[in-house]
Write a protein that binds this ligand. Sequence first.
Ligand SMILES: [Zn+2]
Length: 93
Amino acid sequence: MLRFLFLALLAYYLLRWLRDLLPKSTPRPRPGPQNPPGSMGRPPSSQPKIVDEMKPCPACGTFNPTRLAYEKKSLYFCDQRCHEAFIRGEIKT
Ligand SMILES: [Zn+2]
């Protein structure tokens, strides 16, 4: 039994030794969260910085990015419908 263990250990070290001797097997680049497609080779600093702010819609309370929101008198609505509803006073703030 001891002899078997010794042989197993020997085989284990032999395999390790062989693996070290062999030229490094190509480390397969696994697609994962570290390297999402589309962002390869592009440093984050090169991306245009979009200054955007989330503002709540006075009519329904949904937060909208100011860049996309329907702006009226420094109020940011989801769209024109929310704005009209707000003007009509349908929604009380
Ligand atoms: Zn709204």
